[in-house]
Design a protein around this ligand. Structure first.
Ligand SMILES: Nc1ncnc2c1ncn2[C@@H]1O[C@H](COP(=O)(O)OP(=O)(O)OP(=O)(O)O)[C@@H](O)[C@H]1O
Ligand SMILES: [Mg+2]
Length: 269
């Protein structure tokens, strides 16, 4: 996978000197991002190595989703300062699909419903765009089925249009199913737990853990709640407020957060 990503970096950036370091790193350096001329991200630094697990928390409207979208190259956002790098090379000039080819995956906070695009066809198209045409369709379909079962998704849901009429929880599971099929090197999961019932949180967390382990995925999980972290063990926790990281640490920081709320960090920051 690393070799593939590096080949892709070479071909998309015309750069030959991609360093052969042991681990791949997604690095955000002094990132400033504007939406409609309003600065939302105001100088963020973050480094995620493959296999690492980071959590990002912060009050509503602090810019967490915007950060995820900026990493993925959402066209309505403008990076005004700073850089986003994979293995030391800037990806700012790359389009969203090119970033996906590098192995970056974004799970949407609010997945959209697209009538007329079959769920399985969508996964097949994304998978094909990243890895080339599916050679063994039968194997591909049986992997989708197996992953759906692992996620406790209802039988038959795969035959529907993308997210069309899916419940809130089913949409989140559908995103994790896509993550499993696409085998990303870096995954930004934007509130994978919101709208999920207690059992589903556990199932989703276990599936994410498994997928990350299988692929050495570096994870950035955005969440408001510590419940999901009963089943996932982050190494790094970042607290964001008003477009900046105001506190960082290990998971012990979450206990302080639950006891004192964001205000304690905002005042310190
Ligand atoms: N395209 C846009 N145009 C104008 N403002 C925007 C745009 N996109 C985001 N914003 C604003 O940027 C701020 C940060 O939004 P964002 O969705 O990143 O927050 P968040 O931290 O993910 O919040 P939540 O926890 O509620 O999901 C909000 O005030 C939002 O209204
Ligand atoms: Mg958000």
């Amino acid at each position: 996978m690393k070799r593939m990503v590096r080949d892709c970096l070479r071909s998309t950036t015309s750069i030959d000197d991609v360093d052969l370091v042991d681990s791949m790193i997604l690095e955000i350096k002094n990132l400033h991002v504007c939406a409609e001329d309003k600065e939302i991200i105001k100088g963020i630094d973050l480094k995620i190595a493959d296999g690492e697990f980071h959590v990002l928390m912060g009050p509503n409207g602090s810019g967490k989703t915007t950060l995820g979208k900026a990493i993925m190259g959402y066209p309505k956002l403008k990076v005004t300062q700073g850089d986003i790098l994979v293995d030391g090379k800037s990806i700012l000039e790359l389009k969203t699909d090119e970033r996906a080819k590098l192995g970056i995956f974004l799970q949407f906070q609010n997945p959209v419903e697209i009538d007329g695009i079959g769920f399985v066809n969508f996964i097949n198209a994304s998978h094909g765009a990243i890895n080339g045409p599916t050679k063994d369709v039968k194997k591909f379909l049986s992997e989708i089925k197996e992953r759906s079962q692992r996620l406790h998704m209802k039988d038959g849901i795969q035959k529907r249009s993308l997210n069309q009429g899916f419940s809130g929880g089913e949409k989140k599971k559908a995103e994790i199913l896509q993550m499993g099929m696409l085998r990303p090197k870096f995954a930004i999961l934007d509130e994978p737990d919101s709208g999920l019932d207690i059992d589903a949180i556990k199932v989703v967390a276990e599936n994410v853990n498994e997928i990350a382990k299988e692929n050495g995925t570096g994870l950035l999980v955005i969440t408001h709640y510590s419940r999901i972290l009963n089943y996932m063990k982050p190494q790094f926790v970042h607290i964001m407020s008003s477009g900046k990281i105001i506190a960082e640490g290990d998971s012990s920081i979450i206990k302080t957060l639950e006891e004192k709320g964001y205000e304690a960090f905002v005042n310190e920051g």
